[in-house]
Design a protein around this ligand. Structure first.
Ligand code: FA5
Length: 349
């Protein structure tokens, strides 16, 4: 028979709380609850003996017993929470810290050539040009003949390309991967009347050896302006303004005479080499200059070929190499970096 006394209540409190400290499982905790606060637990048994006490001791010990009971219930629920959390963490692999932030989702980005195309077209749009696009697989007629390069003309050697094994009865001649964006000059003029101010970005292909400034596929932007009274000064003014907006005031620009069968006169435009500041190096083949575009006044035969009267209309055209301009702008030393799929290069944009 357990004697109900303050000492005994205190002894139960101290022993039970010490025992609670060492419990590590929910099963152990349940056993602790049964033996201390359950119906047959030691505290309950002590409280049952209150009836045999005088009223004053009963009140005093009843209050002490209830305080210990409330304390046991509170500690029980805290311990239960602690054990459940420990179980949750133990069920997760040690190498995972669930409180760490998640892996960032890798975001895609625009290819450096695409960004450059957008920037360059934006510069021309702000000068009043529209944007159009055309086919990469092109008829011989548009890529060469409409541009005053008849079959067997030696100028074809300037643009060796990849031929597609397909011919059409109407067109007669085979198809090819276009060597430049210039075929769009004839396609646009055939369908439109002057005034025309248009830029045409697009991919081109050439059957040629690659080096630091030559790829076998690359992107050009064609420009075409046709109207009454367009002169060579308009061509130079437009391209100077484009160079100033793209490279800033400090880069030097050079025009030289060049030959393209579809313009007369023809020029090419170069910018001084970013790698050697014009001194000559591997990137610029020791010339100090990097050619970025070909241009000229649209040849009267090309205008006639699309039904325009060259005594009324004149125009200028240009074709610029997008990767070459990106190289100059960003100091990229080898054009082959654009298409070798090295993400370390591509992620720099
Ligand atoms: C042409 O392609 C002419 N259609 C340009 C033109 C248009 C002249 C309108 C007159 C009027 P060219 O072959 O020079 O010209 O190429 C033009 C530009 O494309 C070059 O200045 C260069 O920037 C770029 N380019 C040419 N070949 C390559 C290549 N293999 N790799 C990278 N860029 C190239």
């Amino acid at each position: 028979m357990v004697v109900t006394s303050l000492d005994n209540i205190e002894a139960v409190r101290v022993a039970a709380l010490a025992e609670l400290e060492s419990i590590e499982t929910l099963e152990g905790l349940e056993r602790w609850r049964v033996s201390h606060v359950g119906r047959n637990g030691d505290l309950t048994k002590l409280l049952r003996g209150l009836g045999s006490l005088d009223p004053e001791s009963r009140r005093e010990m009843g209050a002490a017993g209830n305080r210990v009971k409330a304390l046991f219930e509170e500690r029980l629920s805290v311990k239960e929470e602690v054990l459940k959390r420990a179980l949750l963490y133990a069920s997760v692999d040690d190498s995972i810290d669930v409180t760490l932030p998640g892996w960032p989702i890798p975001g895609g980005r625009l290819h450096p050539t695409t960004r450059m195309v957008r920037d360059l077209c934006g510069a021309f749009v702000s000068m009043g040009f529209q944007i159009m696009e055309g086919p990469e697989v092109e008829w011989d007629r548009y890529n060469f003949e409409a541009l005053n390069i008849p079959r067997d003309h030696p100028a074809r050697d300037m643009w060796n390309t990849l031929w597609v094994n397909y011919a059409d009865e109407r067109e007669g001649r085979p198809m090819l991967l276009r060597t430049h964006t210039s075929p769009m000059q004839a396609r646009i003029m055939e369908k439109t009347s002057p005034p025309i101010r248009v830029v045409v970005p697009g991919k081109c292909y050439r059957y040629e050896a690659t080096d630091a400034t030559h790829e076998w596929h690359f992107v050009q932007i064609e420009g075409l302006a046709v109207d009454r009274g367009i002169t060579f000064s308009d061509l130079k003014g437009t391209l100077y303004e484009f160079a100033r907006r793209t490279f800033g005031e400090e880069r030097r620009v050079r025009f030289r005479c060049d030959y393209f069968p579809f313009v007369e006169p023809g020029v090419d435009m170069s910018v001084d080499c970013f790698a050697c500041d014009g001194g000559g190096c591997r990137v610029c083949s020791n010339t100090g200059w990097i050619e970025i575009l070909g241009a000229g006044m649209v040849h009267p035969r090309v205008l006639e070929g699309v039904g325009y009267d060259p005594s009324i209309y004149t125009g200028f055209a240009f074709g610029l190499g997008v990767e070459r301009i990106a190289m100059l702008k960003h100091g990229i030393e080898d054009i082959r970096s654009f298409y070798s799929n090295d993400v370390r290069f591509l992620q720099q944009t």
